[in-house]
Design a binder for this molecule. Structure first.
Ligand code: GLC
Length: 522
C-alpha cells in the first residue's frame, strides 16, 4: 500500500488489525505518528478514527463531521456497544478538533543581528525593548551573537548574508557599511518619512543610489572622558580644551598618582590597536589639526599633508609617556577597563562608555566632554549604526516593523536616558530628562551637527574596508615606531591611489578641510 505523508491527511477512518492496516473507508493512511482512537469489531479487527494532532495538520470541524458520517454509515448495524463507544469517541475527538481549530497561528519569530554594546545595562535595556515590541505586535525577536570589533563584524555579516538560511531578518550596520551591505538590504524608502527628524547626514549616509537601505538607529562620536575628582585635586577647573593641554594635564596627574604608589596609573588611554577604532582616533587627531579626512568628497586623496604628519607624530610620542606601551593593542573595551579600574585620568571612547563607567568604582567621579582641539578646532569621528532588513527575509513585514520600532522617537528617547546611547534625532539631545542623566549631550549634539569628521566610506564605497585597513596599518606602524610619520603617510598615499584609482593631491597648507569644525569651546 502506498504510504501517504501524515501531512496529507488530517483525519480518516480505518479498519485494521493491530500492527497492520487492512482496510479503510475514506483514505489510505499511515497510522504511525498519528493519534488514534479505536474499538474492536468482529474477527479481531478494529475500526478507528485517526487524526493528526497539533504536531500535524489541525483537524477542521468540517472534516470531523465528514468522518463521523462515514463511520456512522459503515457501522450503524454493528453492535450497539460499538456505536456507544464510538459516540463517546466522537465527543472527545470533536472537542479536540474544535479546540485545535480555535488555536491562534503560532507567533512569528524574527532574528536580529546587532552587536550593540557589551554592557549589562545595555543588554537588559535591549531585552526590555524587545519585550515591549512583542507586547505591541505579537512578533518575537531572537538576538544573534556578534563579535566585538567592526572588522570581525563585517566578516561575519558577509558570511551570513551570503547564505539565505543563515541570514538574519534584521541586521545593524556600521555607518561606514551602507555600500558594503547594499546588495543584501531591502529598500526602506517607503518609510523615508520616519527619518525626517534625524540628523540629515545619517539618512543621507544610508541612501545608496536613491534607496534608503537602512534606517538610522544610533549616532556616535568620539568623546573625552575625564576624572572630575582628579581635576579638582590637581587644581584644574575644566577638562583640557587642546591637545597641548591634555598632554600637560595627563603628565602631571600621572606623575602625582604614581608618586602615591599607583604604579599602573596612566594619563591617557585610547584605542591604538590596528583596527577600525584606530582609524577613528587618528582621523580625529589629523582632522582637528586641519589634516582633512584622508580622501575628500571630490575623490582626491589628501592624506599626505603636514598637519596629518604632525598629528600622527604627536600621538606616537604619547606611547610610553602618558599612554601605556600596550595601548597599541587596545580596542574600546581595553581602554574602558583601565579607565573603569580607576587607572587613567583621561580616556577617548564612544558615548555608550558613560553608562558603563557609571557601573564601576569611578561612578560619580567622571565627566565627558569634547575631544581636545587642534589648530583647526574640535572634532570627533562620526560613528553609529543603522538597521537594515535582509532583502530575502521570509518575514520582511515583521522585520520592517522591528526596524521602525527600534528607530522610533519615544524608543530612542528612553534608550538615550537609560543607556547613554546617542539618538538619531538632534532635538532629543536637549530634552530635560535626557540632559539630566547625560549632561554631555548638549556638547555632543553640537559636535554632531557642526564638527564631525566623516570617514571616507561613501566616496570609496565597496573599497572602504581596504582603504581603512591601509590607513590604520600606516598609523599603527608610526605608533610602533616602525616608520616615521612622513614616510608612512607617503606610502599610504601610494597605497590609496592603488586601491581607489583616485588621484593624490598633497595640500601645502594646513587648512585642508571640508568640515566646519567648532572653535575652541572652553
Ligand atoms: C563604534 C562606532 C562605529 C565604529 C566603531 C569602531 O562602534 O559607532 O561607527 O566603526 O566604533 O570600533
Amino acid at each position: 500500500m502506498a504510504e501517504l505523508s501524515p501531512l496529507q491527511l488530517s483525519c480518516g477512518v480505518v479498519r485494521y488489525r493491530p500492527r497492520q492496516v487492512c482496510g479503510y473507508f475514506t483514505l489510505r493512511v499511515q497510522i504511525h505518528g498519528l493519534r488514534k482512537l479505536s474499538i474492536q469489531v468482529q474477527g479481531g479487527d478494529r475500526i478507528g478514527l485517526i487524526w493528526a494532532g497539533s504536531e500535524g495538520l489541525i483537524m477542521r470541524c468540517r472534516r470531523f463531521l465528514f468522518a463521523l458520517k462515514t463511520i456512522r454509515d459503515c457501522i450503524f448495524s454493528r453492535r450497539a456497544q460499538a456505536v456507544l463507544g464510538l459516540a463517546a469517541m466522537f465527543l472527545v475527538i470533536g472537542l479536540e478538533a474544535c479546540r485545535d481549530t480555535a488555536q491562534p497561528a503560532s507567533p512569528v519569530t524574527i532574528t536580529l543581528l546587532d552587536p550593540g554594546w557589551l554592557d549589562q545595562e545595555f543588554i537588559a535595556w535591549r531585552m526590555h525593548e524587545e519585550d515591549e515590541f512583542t507586547r505591541e505586535t505579537g512578533i518575537r525577536v531572537k538576538d544573534l551573537p556578534a563579535p566585538e570589533t567592526a572588522i570581525d563584524q563585517l566578516a561575519l555579516w558577509r558570511k551570513l548574508l551570503q547564505n539565505p538560511t543563515d541570514a538574519p531578518d534584521v541586521f545593524a550596520i556600521d555607518v561606514i557599511w551602507p555600500a558594503l551591505t547594499a546588495e543584501y538590504s531591502l529598500d526602506l524608502s517607503p518609510y523615508l518619512a520616519d527619518t525626517t527628524g534625524d540628523f540629515p547626514m545619517l539618512a543621507a549616509n544610508d541612501t545608496v543610489n536613491g534607496k534608503l537601505l537602512s534606517m538610522p538607529y544610533h549616532a556616535d562620536a568620539g568623546l573625552l572622558f575625564y576624572r572630575t575628582d582628579l581635576l579638582r585635586e590637581y587644581g584644574y577647573r575644566a577638562p583640557p580644551s587642546t591637545w597641548d593641554e591634555l598632554e600637560r594635564m595627563a603628565a602631571r596627574i600621572q606623575k602625582g598618582e604614581r608618586s602615591k604608589g599607583k604604579k599602573d596609573f596612566w594619563g591617557y588611554v585610547w584605542e591604538g590597536a590596528a583596527s577600525e577604532a584606530l582609524t577613528c582616533n587618528a582621523l580625529e587627531w589629523q582632522a582637528s589639526e586641519g589634516g582633512g579626512r584622508i580622501i575628500d568628497n571630490d575623490k582626491t586623496i589628501t592624506v599626505n599633508n603636514p598637519a596629518t604628519i604632525r598629528a600622527w607624530q604627536r600621538a606616537a610620542g604619547w606611547i610610553g609617556s602618558i599612554s601605556p606601551p600596550s595601548v597599541t593593542a587596545y580596542r574600546e573595551w581595553d581602554a574602558l577597563n583601565v579607565w573603569r579600574s580607576g587607572n587613567a585620568a583621561f580616556m577617548r571612547n564612544w558615548p555608550t562608555s558613560y553608562v558603563t563607567s557609571e557601573n564601576s568604582g569611578i561612578n560619580g567621579r567622571f565627566g565627558a566632554s569634547l575631544l581636545p582641539a587642534g589648530r583647526a578646532g574640535h572634532t570627533a569621528t562620526l560613528g553609529g549604526a543603522s538597521l537594515s532588513v535582509y532583502r530575502n527575509s521570509r518575514h520582511a513585514k515583521e522585520a520592517t516593523a522591528l526596524v521602525r520600532f527600534l528607530c522610533r522617537r519615544d524608543v530612542e528617547l528612553a534608550r538615550a536616558s537609560a543607556t547613554s546611547q546617542p539618538p538619531v534625532m538632534p532635538d532629543l539631545y536637549t530634552v530635560p530628562e535626557v540632559l539630566g542623566a547625560r549632561p554631555h549631550f548638549a556638547e555632543l549634539e553640537r559636535i554632531l551637527e557642526h564638527g564631525v569628521a566623516v570617514r571616507p566610506s561613501t566616496i570609496t564605497g565597496s573599497n572602504y574596508a581596504q582603504v581603512s585597513a591601509a590607513y590604520f596599518n600606516a598609523v599603527h606602524s608610526v605608533l610602533k615606531k616602525e616608520k616615521g610619520a612622513s614616510e608612512a603617510v607617503a606610502d599610504l598615499e601610494k597605497e590609496l591611489v592603488r586601491i581607489t584609482g583616485f588621484p593624490a593631491h598633497s595640500p601645502a597648507s594646513e587648512s585642508a578641510s571640508d568640515d566646519k569644525r567648532l572653535n575652541h569651546g572652553n
